[in-house]
Ligand binder design. Sequence first.
Ligand code: SF4
Length: 346
Amino acid sequence: MPDPSPATYPFTSGAALYVRELGVDIPDLLEKRVYNRARARGAERVTQAIEGKIEKNVGTDMPAEFEVLSYPVARMIVSCIGDDYLIRRYALAEAKAAHESLVGEQRSVLVAMGQEFGMDIDISEQRFRLHFTDYVRYAHRMHDTGWKLVNRQLQSGWLSLSVREFTRLLQEAIRDRIQHDLPLEIPSETNICDKLSGHIAAVKESLGARKTEFEIGGEVNPDAFPPCIANAITMLQGGVNLAHSARFATTAFLRNIGMSVDEIVGMFGGSPDFDETRTRYQVEHIAGHEYTAPGCDTMKTYGNCVGADDLCGRIVHPLNYYRIKKKARVSGENAGAAQAAVRQTA
Ligand code: SF4
């Protein structure tokens, strides 16, 4: 059975073994000129993750061993920065990149990858048979109702998945592993973060730009919420059972502006029939995937654009609305400043 390629799947135990066999120690990897490209690729992995997609390093003359070595470099950079948002975003991007490669793999590689995560797998009639305990471990955060265990056919504890479903489940397992292992413990006496300081500065700049783009972090200002989101929150707190699309948009929006899972669950908790377990499950799912809140066009399509005001006529995304209005309010200026900010967008 062929092993998953270490360069394509650097998070596997096989890749870790490969790195050990290369005999490259951390000081050499971080200091020697010969590994410049591995370090640069490691930083690139992280900046691309921030942008949303780690591109495959194809069509270059990069040796496979440097591609493998770039992965521990990337993990060290992420760990030195130690930002929760970055960790989630990086893990998700690595998992998505791996999924893209898995889609074209032979079944035997998919089975080997499943075994990497301790899954008991059998292939029968072109479908993957999996024990339900392995399934729920990774499927419980999936969005669509089709992933819910009650919607799957079980036979003596086993269920059947298409190739597409199985590779998607593997993506979740990969994300889980990468995210769970970060941040690495980096002893200060190793000076690892100092040695990577140039790359860390560049990644921090990208991270800062990404956060500024959607005003992630900083104090949350509910007065600056766009009408659609303010309306949805009012409805939720009043016990109205919102459509899934509205609940999703609201949760993603609140995550994007930097609210924690606990804060969001607390915000939804005003209604008399509030089900904390169910709400937390839904919020954690959305938080885990780093979804970006839908834009105004999508909100309109699903009937979730409610109460649009003058500022809405000048923006295309609820997060832009929030950013502009918050900026005007934080500056301590009055409605005139808000109008000025609005005019700047015209
Ligand atoms: S225009 Fe956009 S921001 Fe304004 S209410 Fe509609 S969806 Fe929300």
